[in-house]
Design a protein around this ligand. Structure first.
Ligand code: 5GP
Ligand code: ZN
Length: 144
């Protein structure tokens, strides 16, 4: 537990939350911002800051639980037509709470209150650039 971490305080019960699922490894609770109705956060019970800090065991524990939480959200409301699962890492990438978490954001319509913009730079990216990217990522891989 990190005494300065708001999500550790939620896990400890020092800050109340609307919990929708909990076991010994994870807690899932409604995000206070409710970007769309049912917006839920899934967090590991251990304090780790971001995706880079996971080992395989913790990743298995957390990721294995996300589908059933996602299904429960989806099955809770027939108006839910889709779901975005978002994990922000670093301030630049919109992370504001540095206890790793996954946003489950139910989607209701094209013009609901969530959007995400993927710019398509495919046309202006050459195959040599793609090969260079491929090589540099492959070379940086652990246990390669
Ligand atoms: P991030 O921006 O780091 O990806 O997401 C952090 C999320 O935590 C935000 O969506 C924010 O609304 C949510 N949040 C921050 N403080 C609290 C809190 O005290 N309770 C709950 N339920 N959510 C919080
Ligand atoms: Zn924490």
């Amino acid at each position: 537990m990190d005494n300065n971490c708001i999500f550790c305080k939620i896990i400890a019960g020092d800050i109340p939350s609307y919990t929708v699922y909990e076991d010994d490894k994870v807690k899932a609770f409604l995000d206070i911002s409710q970007t769309t109705p049912g917006h839920t956060l899934v967090i590991p019970k251990v304090h780790i800051p971001d995706i880079y800090a996971y080992d395989e065991e913790l990743a298995e524990q957390v990721f294995a639980r996300i589908p059933k939480i996602a299904r429960a959200i989806k099955n809770s409301n027939p108006s839910i037509k889709g779901m975005n699962i978002v994990n922000n890492n670093g301030e630049l990438a919109y992370q504001s709470v540095f206890h790793s978490h996954f946003h489950l954001i139910p989607r209701y319509s094209e013009d609901d209150t969530f959007s995400i913009n993927y710019t398509d730079n495919g046309e202006s990216t050459s195959s040599s650039q793609l090969e260079e990217l491929q090589t540099s990522i492959q070379n940086a891989m652990e246990d390669k």
